[in-house]
Write a protein of this length. Structure first.
Length: 105
């Protein structure tokens, strides 16, 4: 049996072993294959957006971010954005709301 794994350049690689992580191609989120949120979404049509990765490095290089539910530690690092002294492998960070200027009193 062969599995199709998404590569960092967007191509699919046929592999004799399944990927270690799954992802959502629309939301560009990766997580564990047994993630409760992903498993619950499968009957709702999520399967057509599902992709698989050989490992976390491949998911990050493809531009995906970690799932907050099944990967809380990597998600917290991603959510915090680049920090001094902390490795930050993601190409893009979270979107932080713009601060609104205060009006003079």
């Amino acid at each position: 049996m062969f599995y199709q794994l998404l590569q960092p350049d967007g191509t699919l690689l046929e592999s004799g072993t399944p990927g270690t992580l799954g992802g959502n191609s629309t939301l560009r989120i990766y997580g564990r294959l047994d993630c409760a949120r992903a498993v619950a979404a499968l009957p709702l049509g999520y399967a057509r957006h599902r992709v698989f990765f050989a490992d976390e490095a491949a998911a990050i290089q493809a531009g995906y971010r970690p799932c907050g539910r099944c990967m809380p530690a990597p998600y917290a690092v991603w959510k915090a954005g680049p920090q001094p002294e902390v490795p930050y492998p993601w190409h893009t960070g979270p979107r932080h709301p713009m601060s609104t200027p205060t009006s003079p009193a």
